[in-house]
Design a protein around this ligand. Structure first.
Ligand SMILES: [Zn+2]
Length: 192
């Protein structure tokens, strides 16, 4: 009984894990048990429960061919490279706005994914994930399966991150639906 409780508490805390500019990852270790976020797009990985629920959203929409997984789990080294490349290519103000400092990225949890409309050219840092059609349907349905759009317009002062229409975070059920219905971001929900 005790071990079941501990497992439950661990997974509960895990799904709601807060990683922000002010909250680094509690420990930077490579996560085990990662699987492809979208079958056939094998380089983009997520924790298995997050990947499974993402597939459920796509099954609900009867579609995954219009979606591209741009970035999922990142190691500390990968986040470091992305951070340095963004500074080199676009400057520090841009990097600060759209790339998390290494150790502070949700991508390092294996519970976050950047998605794009599938097309020939996809911007790695700011991919296009429209607010129309099947992409907007994705946003509306995703909370039923534990996923939220993480960085909302109007919540920049709370999240410390610019609006990112492409970045989704797995927080699990029922948290995602409650967050979505209340129009809250994760920082507010944890305090709620
Ligand atoms: Zn992202």
């Amino acid at each position: 009984m005790r071990s079941i409780l501990i497992q439950y508490e661990d997974s509960f805390r895990g799904d709601l894990l807060l990683v922000t500019p002010n909250h680094p990852l509690p420990h930077v270790t490579d996560i085990q048990g990662l699987v492809p976020a979208i079958p056939g797009q094998s380089k983009i990985l997520l924790q298995a429960k997050a990947a499974e629920s993402l597939q459920q959203v796509f099954r609900h929409l009867h579609c995954d061919t219009q979606f591209a997984a741009v970035s999922g789990y990142r190691t500390q080294d990968e986040q470091q490279h992305i951070w340095e490349d963004a500074i080199a290519e676009k400057g520090l103000p841009f990097a600060r706005q759209f790339v998390a400092i290494p150790g502070h990225s949700e991508h390092q949890t294996g519970l976050a994914i950047d998605l794009a409309e599938q097309k020939s050219e996809i911007d790695f840092i700011c991919p296009d994930f429209p607010r129309t059609g099947i992409f907007q349907q994705f946003r509306e349905i995703a909370p039923r399966y534990g996923w939220i759009e993480r960085y909302l317009r109007g919540k920049e002062s709370v999240t410390g991150i610019a609006e990112e229409p492409w970045h989704f975070r797995y927080v699990g059920v029922p948290h995602a639906e409650i967050l979505s219905k209340k129009g809250m971001v994760l920082e507010e929900y944890i305090r709620f």
